[in-house]
Design a protein around this ligand. Structure first.
Ligand SMILES: [Zn+2]
Ligand SMILES: [Zn+2]
Length: 236
């Protein structure tokens, strides 16, 4: 253990960690973010318990939409709003191979889960990263949702399952489609193998219209899951 921490501080000395936003020295252990950038990111402060969108009213815990109609999933926890510089950061993670962004976001999610979102609540029993179709996985070489999940799994001691939930349809990128087409695009896109889970955390990078997480939540609920919690980096 001592050797490991000695080695890690020596490596930090040799290769100082740089901030994923500004490129300056991060001065944090395991988090590549400097104090200035950390303070100025668009942190979600008062989000709706269910959908994770920022609330206008400081006194409520749910938005009007969720009050009328609870979404397919139990709750959605996000670090940031999808506003600058988050889109640039997420595109570096998804298309630029910047895996240190995934590890930094995962480490920050783990802190928020422990100290904020689940202070008095039971943690999910398993982490399922939103799956990529194997063709997209081959193209990209990694699943960013799995890379974000790794530090969370390590910090919270919750295992990751990448086999039970599979994306079986090679769908078009959701961002280029209308809302109706997004739902059609995702119909029967996911398959869930037999399992014994009841409380699942679904991890994704950005949740936009929530159609992907809704489709997976539906598939998980149909196979016996009672609570699906969403942990994501940004909520658009
Ligand atoms: Zn910075
Ligand atoms: Zn809501």
């Amino acid at each position: 253990m001592l050797f490991k921490s000695y080695l890690s501080s020596y490596l930090n000395y040799l290769l100082p960690r740089t901030c994923v936003i500004c490129g300056l020295n991060s001065q944090h252990v395991n988090i590549d973010l400097c104090s200035y950038c950390c303070k100025h990111l668009p942190w979600l402060k008062n989000a709706c318990y269910h959908c994770g969108l920022e609330l206008q009213d400081n006194n409520s815990i749910k938005c009007n939409k969720c009050n009328d109609n609870v979404p397919m999933f139990n709750r959605c926890c996000a670090l940031w709003q999808y506003s600058p510089p988050i889109p640039r950061l997420m595109s570096g993670l998804k298309f630029g191979g910047k895996l240190n962004v995934a590890y930094t976001c995962g480490a920050l999610l783990a802190i928020a889960i422990k100290t904020k979102w689940y202070k008095t609540q039971a943690l999910p029993e398993i982490i399922i990263p939103v799956p990529l179709h194997r063709k997209r996985l081959q193209q990209r070489g990694y699943n960013q949702a799995l890379e974000i999940s790794r530090p969370i799994s390590k910090a919270l001691q919750i295992p990751i399952d990448v086999l039970t939930c599979q994306r079986i349809k090679h769908t078009k990128p959701q961002t280029r489609l209308s809302k109706v087409n997004r739902v059609q695009n995702l119909t029967a896109a996911f398959k869930v193998l037999p399992h014994k889970y009841q409380h699942v955390a679904l991890v994704d990078d950005v949740v936009t219209t929530a159609s992907t997480i809704r489709a997976i939540s539906k598939a998980l609920t149909a196979t016996g899951v009672t609570h699906v919690d969403i942990w994501c980096v940004a909520r658009a």
